[in-house]
Design a protein around this ligand. Structure first.
Ligand code: SAJ
Length: 416
């Protein structure tokens, strides 16, 4: 079967390459010419463990090609970003553009799959956009009843991705998948497709439930991290070690608290809960508050560091880690970057950032006179204050004797 994937990022590229190695003929599309070029040469433009090997194999087999123009196919997979714009409103412009871009290539019997995390109702919008572009085709409307197969009909389903950055290739295969059909026929068609490369269960529902399920998963995690972050702030005022507290509370058979940290980053957990809040502002008070608690945490940490820095004449602060979580190179929406930036705004502070996964500072931290990217040993030697922001394995073995000589702020509880 022929597949056309729109978006070759953290979801589209692994999915396209996996399907190509499973025997599908896959053509990948991206608006970024550099991404397309590197994939054409069998290389990757993003880091994810083992993705380079998979892409190379897929391209060399001849089953994965890439360009900036869609092609005719049996299956179209939309895997483009759904960020939010000011005021936490979902930005569906990428989904809309991608949807309209495939419309001219659609033929009767084709299956269109939306994998992007989307606010409830988006799959129905995809159907509406396709119908506007292609009045000659019968685009199904949302229905939970069985209907008759029609001439000139296409199929639409929402199959939200749920893979964890750092484990994408494993989770793409082993995770259970939720298939939300716009109608039953679409769901069944999509189920058959995912069964061909997923070893987990493939669970069928309607498109609205599937959209909400994905948002619910990430909101669940956000609310639970907010609980841990709130505890960490509460404990600070009571002289209680929050890590010990959580470890002890988690010995209860029905308690399982997550880990506090410097805040919640990434493009999913810090974004998706807002889609629920936007759809139901009056009834999503807990989800909204959790977002606010997690967004407050970076400021809480930078204020704490500033207070400690007051003890020194020319304070030097080592900021260990800039990524949004451990053992990845992704610095986007990272609380570690927010904290480092807030500290760098204070000219009395000298900041030494250490991030073993990158060789240049991100744009958000460029052009600051009092901030440089250095190696770990140099930072540890020069710093008065050591601020651990990311629990990269790389930082696990820092000498405890050395830490005893410094002021240490360990936002991840790694050196406890
Ligand atoms: N974090 C904490 N404490 C914890 C766990 C995480 O502070 O106990 C922080 C991390 O440091 C990071 C942020 O939360 O800044 C998010 O990290 P994560 O590992 O929880 O999640 P992501 O964003 O890498 O991936 C999530 C996953 N969702 C869930 O686990 C419910 C993944 O399965 C989704 O596919 C992904 O979002 C997505 O694309 O939506």
């Amino acid at each position: 079967e022929k597949v056309c994937t729109i978006g070759l990022g953290y979801i589209g590229l692994p999915t396209a390459s996996l399907m190509a190695t499973k025997g599908f003929q896959v053509h990948g599309i991206d608006i970024n010419p550099e991404a397309v070029q590197s994939i054409q040469q069998g290389k990757v433009h993003i880091y994810e463990p083992d993705l380079d090997v998979l892409v190379k194999a897929a391209v060399q087999s001849g089953n994965l090609t890439a360009s900036m123009e869609p092609q005719k196919a049996d299956i179209f997979i939309l895997a483009v970003p759904t960020p939010f714009i000011g005021n936490h409103k979902p930005d569906l412009s990428y989904v809309e553009k991608a949807t309209r871009s495939i419309a001219p290539y659609l033929e009767q019997g084709n299956l269109v799959i939306l994998e992007s995390t989307s606010p409830v109702g988006t799959t129905e919008k995809v159907a509406q956009w396709l119908q506007e572009e292609r009045p000659d085709l019968i685009v199904p409307a949302r229905s939970i009843k069985k209907s008759m197969k029609k001439q000139n009909q296409i199929y639409i389903a929402h199959c939200p991705e749920r893979v964890l950055p750092g484990q994408i290739l494993k989770e793409l295969v082993t995770n259970d998948r939720i298939i939300g059909g716009i109608d039953q026929e679409s769901a069944e068609k999509a189920k058959l497709l995912y069964k061909k490369f997923v070893s987990g269960n493939v669970l069928v529902t309607d498109c609205r439930t599937a959209e909400m399920a994905k948002l619910t998963e990430n909101s669940f995690r956000d609310v639970n991290i907010a609980f841990a972050n709130e505890l960490s702030i509460v404990c600070e005022t009571m002289d209680i070690n929050v890590w010990e507290l959580i470890e002890l509370a988690n010995r209860h058979p029905r308690v399982n608290i997550l880990q506090p940290g410097p805040g919640v980053g990434g493009h999913c957990i810090a974004v998706d809960p807002w889609f629920i809040v936007d759809s139901a502002p009056e009834s999503s008070r807990l989800i909204r508050t959790a977002r606010e608690v997690n967004d407050f945490k970076p400021h809480f940490i930078s204020e704490k560091v500033k207070v400690k820095a007051n003890r020194f004449k020319n304070p030097v602060i080592a900021c260990l880690g800039l990524a949004f979580k451990a053992d990845i190179d992704d610095l986007r929406e990272s609380p570690a970057v927010t904290i480092t930036k807030e500290l760098a705004a204070n000219e009395n502070l000298t900041l030494l950032a250490v991030e073993p996964h990158v060789n240049r500072l991100p744009d958000a931290l460029q052009g600051k006179q009092n901030l440089e990217l250095v190696d770990l040993d140099y930072a540890l030697e020069k710093a008065d204050i050591i601020l651990l922001l990311v629990n990269h394995r790389f930082f696990a073995d820092v000498s405890k004797d050395l830490l005893r000589e410094k002021v240490v702020i360990d936002t991840r509880g790694m050196w406890r």
